[in-house]
Design a protein around this ligand. Sequence first.
Ligand code: WTA
Length: 668
Amino acid sequence: MTAKAKPAGITSLQQEGRVFKPSKEFSKGAHIKSLAHYKKLYSESVKSPDKFWAKQAANELVWFKPWKTVCQWKEPVAKWFVGGQLNVSHNCLDRWLNTPHANKAALIWEGEPEAPGKAGEVRTLTYKQLHREVCLFANVLKRNGIKRGDRVMIYLPMLAEAAVAMLACTRIGAVHSVVFGGFSAQSVADRIFDCQAKLVITADGGFRRGSVVPLKRNVDEALTLKDSQGDRLAKTIEKVIVLRRAGNEVAIEEGRDVWWHQEMECVDAQCVAEKMDSEAPLFILYTSGSTGKPKGILHTTGGYLLGAKMTSKYVFDLRDEDVYWCTADVGWVTGHSYVVYGPLANGATSLIYEGAPNFPEPDRFWRIVEKYGVTILYTAPTAIRAFMKWGVEWPKKHDLRSLRLLGSVGEPINPEAWLWYHENIGGKRCPIVDTWWQTETGGIMITPLPGATPTKPGSATLPFFGIVPEVVDEAGKPVPRNTGGKLIVRKPWPFMLRGLWGDPQRYKEVYWSEVKGCYFTGDGCRQDKDGYFWIVGRIDDVLNVAGHRIGTAEVESAIVSNPKVAEAAVVGRPDDLKGQALVAFVILKTGVKPEPALREEIRQQVAKEIGPVAKPDDIRFVEALPKTRSGKIMRRLLKQIAAGVEIKGDTTTLEDINVLAKLSQAEE
Ligand code: WTA
């Protein structure tokens, strides 16, 4: 079976019927040892949610002050553990200090660059050392004017310092907003404007596949960008803290920019963890929606941390001796919940690798697994498909027997990739947890528990404790088994988003208006006869490109900002490697010639407006777009044209049927 045998997507998912049961050996040592055990706990969790969550919150977290009310639900606003106080960095660090964990590795970090024959730079921080770094840096933040409730932008490469910066914010009650290093200056400026951040933490540069990404330069540019009224977007920024990483030259603006290492020398290592209300904002993470503007997803303290901790413990079946590696960047929610907060709240060892999986060669991941004895690996289907393409000889060169559990996240995993992962990485002995969740859900929602749930390649299987997902039709009614529909969640859960930063109306409209009283996920799904969930993917105008969430409207607005462009429509088409690729249909202004160089110009424009991650794969110059009589672009038809498949379904609402024929002929 090869990656090319079938395209990724629902057709191949539906064909896979095999079931993989957890091995007796794995189940014996697991937190949840059987399906019956899972079912009993699950049923308790949904029958008496307050009782269940109260017990978990008391057992799992350290509270400075107990809560009065477990859940206060006034649709669409949820409050959890109301009246309780705690601190996230205290739960991730201080609580381990007087235990045998104190001298255990909290983080193992490996840098990307390697001299020939020489391994990359390595840094290990024990819980004690990490605690010290976080206290120092928290004092640096204070020294630079940051107080409880202030927003701090983090724009850093995958370094241990990214975790230090995040934890330091939580220690003093500041709200962090991490921006992925692959986003542009414009994206940084827009996000600063939206959350009115006071300070940016960045690095001179970051290494990526051997070259240097000029992060500080992007921040400098972001701080000059203006809105349409000529107002500076980032005028709330008072300070920039710069970490020396890549050694590239940077400009330092006196009075505004300070060096991380110099500041660390000016502070002491005592810093009390602030007592934060359970509902105090913890972080804002921007993610794409179906409009041109990313949404600031807000998570709060108690409920979020409980979710990150519990899901890490049960889904990855964490044990003390594990070396756990989640390959996600901290710029995405997976990096928040499963590189930093979840593992550290469990006292686990979390590995961070700075760079690309194929640098300098396609076996870098497997070398890391062998070198550190990684036991749990959590990665994305797009990476797995890339490994399949690069060939099995690369993992075969390494001893991967330390692995005992594999995870997948970010997009539907096609059974071919699942089986390849199982056989070639997991040596057929490691269970695979295919975990479905979203930035909004804060933590894993639908997933196997590895000692309990029989898995079916391509299915995320069953809901986590306390989560009540359902597949419904257009009218919001539950659909029969094996029928496709919209995925919703019936009841609030502790780690759900609390809102969109500064936009309660949009929060209500996007998530709580589709089906009365329920959270709408934006995903299509079906449930099979065993109740297993099979996620199809987004049904709104959000695409999943190489595991990155990208809004078509954002890309469209970036394209039309080019003065030569009149109109654009962006859709996804299936892609063997990335899951989905971006196809842009572009109408040029009258008189502009559709020259090939213009395609590159438009791609660069998108890189500048959003970031290189959003560059379209295909740009097709067309004369018209298929529209309904009311002027709505018929994306369904564009998707079929982009995929090169025969056009099916109703075209009677199409305003000009000739458009279709022209589009199909449009030169690639
Ligand atoms: C998709 C990433 C199928 C889904 C954690 C969701 C998945 C979006 C899976 C959220 C999975 C994530 N199977 N699809 N296991 N995991 N998705 O916010 O479409 O970056 O809505 O969060 O990714 O992407 P986000």
